[in-house]
Ligand binder design. Sequence first.
Ligand code: DX5
Ligand code: ZN
Length: 220
Amino acid sequence: QKPVRIAPSILSADFARLGEEVRAIDAAGADWIHVDVMDGHFVPNITIGPAVVKALRKHSAKPFDVHLMITPADPFIEAFANAGADCISVHPESGPHLHRTIQTIKALGKRAGVVLNPATPASAIYHVMDMIDLILVMSVNPGFGGQKFIEGQLDKIADLRMRIDASGRDIDLEVDGGIDRETAPRAIEAGADALVAGTATFTGGPDAYAANIAALRGDR
Ligand code: DX5
Ligand code: ZN
């Protein structure tokens, strides 16, 4: 298994100082910058769009892990690619043609991810495994930070770990929602190799970010 990558979600950052916050998590050891894009339609919350991704791009050279919770997603993929996204992840429910959406992301030269809601079965990705770079398992219902980890997702993570290993492909297995010092080791044990963390990263203010990230990674 790969070393665990930590992707702080800037959803829990101070939105009035987003550039500084991105610089702070970069310096604190974040591996990826996780950007939660919500449209008030696919999920009951509204966050940020491509203009903000573009503005933040100059604050970190680390990969931008862009999680699209919007429907339809297709008309906006190019804008996020041009804004500087490195990996673009979409939910199968956000459009009628997941395969085509992934083709669009790959044609733009970006890494492609598929996100599984808590009730979406692992099998939703079986027939696109040959074309994706990342699977993101939601361990909360998308829309908000600070929710409780849904235990039942551990089985799905383990199932996907087996599938990925059997495929022989290099696919990241990321988990998003309710990740903290208690749940991180369990997600890793089940097979995750990347963890999104909003609340657990940004708690305690900038001086705590490095220790927060190290703790999630399992460093002592
Ligand atoms: C939820 C988002 C998550 C969220 C995680 O819709 O996809 O990335 O910010 O927040 P925490 O880590 O606080 O559960
Ligand atoms: Zn997310």
